[in-house]
Design a binder for this molecule. Structure first.
Ligand code: ATP
Ligand code: FE
Length: 335
């Protein structure tokens, strides 16, 4: 079974080809037009998708060595995401499915971040149901009890900013370009995580809050810069390490509580922030420290990609969960 998958929910245009759940190609065209604006400009994102989608799909098919006539189904991201971006991918997927007379499969982007763990990869185990998944991305921060492929319960989530936003907004305060998350990670590697102390928000249960932390960092930086104009430059590594340490502590504390409350010790992470080296190391350590079995996605399946859309497409194909061409893109969808 060959699935062509298309992902265009935000600012990356991506296409992948999977054969029976194994990735044959996974192509991402990043859009750097947004860098100068310090965030994604929706209108520019949909225009860039429009330019990129045909070549990206061509390259994905060529790299996989698969002809269009061999495809079993077309999977695409239905949402959540930016409407103008989603529409480019869905229109293309619909047209191609009609032209090739193959099934069309609509995929929830957040389910895909979780189910990326089911892509066949040498050296990577697949979780068994039920397991806990923490989705940490640019738009979401959730703890999910995953009972089956399409039976998921959100048991905790952010009440304000997503953790990816916390990284990106902190980076912006430090004068770093968008998206700043990977840069904070890079500088943090050279810094002392205990150089500066930030207080963690007090949020009951399994929910999160990150907007207070952002404000705290802003005031901290402003105060120090007023005393030493070179404060950021002189302390970049330590500031980034301290911010990252605080964020990881917030995440891991909630995960521990989720394991305690559910009794489930299989813990997976997914979404762009699961690329972060600090969270990856901390989760690995948790195997020995807390006796968890942890699932850390391969780096290329952390930030937005189409392979994760393809694996959901494959599972839906096996269960004959198809959509007709009237299926609508949605800026917001529940899990
Ligand atoms: P969503 O999946 O919620 O719809 P999205 O698709 O825009 O949002 P992703 O592509 O999954 O988000 O993740 C992007 C986020 O991941 C950005 O906020 C980015 O800064 C963050 N990120 C990527 N790499 C790292 C890293 N190494 N450390 C910290 N954050 C990172
Ligand atoms: Fe995403």
């Amino acid at each position: 079974i060959y699935i062509l998958a298309i992902e265009s929910s935000c600012d990356d245009t991506a296409a992948a080809v999977l054969q029976n759940g194994k990735m044959l190609s996974n192509i991402v065209a990043r859009q750097d037009v947004h860098e100068q604006y310090g965030g994604v400009v929706p209108e520019l994102a949909s225009r860039a998708h429009q330019q990129n989608i045909v070549p990206v799909i061509d390259v994905a098919l060529k790299k996989a060595g698969v002809e269009k006539s061999q495809l079993s189904a077309i999977a695409f991201t239905q949402g959540p995401g930016l409407m103008g971006s989603l529409l480019v991918g869905s229109s293309f997927a619909k047209s191609l499915a009609i032209a090739l007379d193959v099934p069309l499969i609509a995929v929830n982007h957040m389910q895909a971040h979780i189910l990326a763990h089911f892509i066949d990869e040498e050296g990577f185990d697949k979780p068994e149901f039920p397991f806990l998944a923490m989705t940490i991305s640019g738009g979401h921060t959730q703890i999910v009890k995953v009972n089956n492929f399409f039976d998921m319960e959100v048991i905790g989530e952010t009440t304000d900013d997503a953790v990816g936003e916390a990284f990106d907004k902190s980076a912006k305060i430090l004068g770093l370009p968008y998206p700043g998350g990977p840069l904070v990670d890079k500088y943090a590697k050279e810094g002392n995580p205990k150089a500066f102390a930030f207080t963690k928000p007090k949020v009951p249960g399994l929910n999160f809050s990150f907007s207070g932390l952002k404000t705290q960092i802003l005031y901290f930086v402003q105060k120090n810069v007023s005393e030493n104009p070179d404060f950021i430059r002189d302390n970049m590594n330590d500031i980034c390490a301290s911010i990252q340490y605080t964020i990881i502590n917030i995440l891991i504390e909630k995960l521990k509580l989720a394991v305690k409350e559910t009794g489930i010790k299989q813990v997976a992470i997914g979404g762009g922030v699961s690329a972060n080296s600090g969270i990856r190391n901390t989760l690995k350590e948790a195997e020995k420290k807390h006796g968890w079995k942890t699932f850390i996605p391969k780096f290329e399946y952390t930030t937005d990609n189409a392979a994760m859309i393809g694996i959901v497409g494959y599972q839906k194909y096996l269960q004959q969960m198809f959509n007709d061409a009237a299926v609508a893109s949605k800026a917001r969808i529940e899990l």
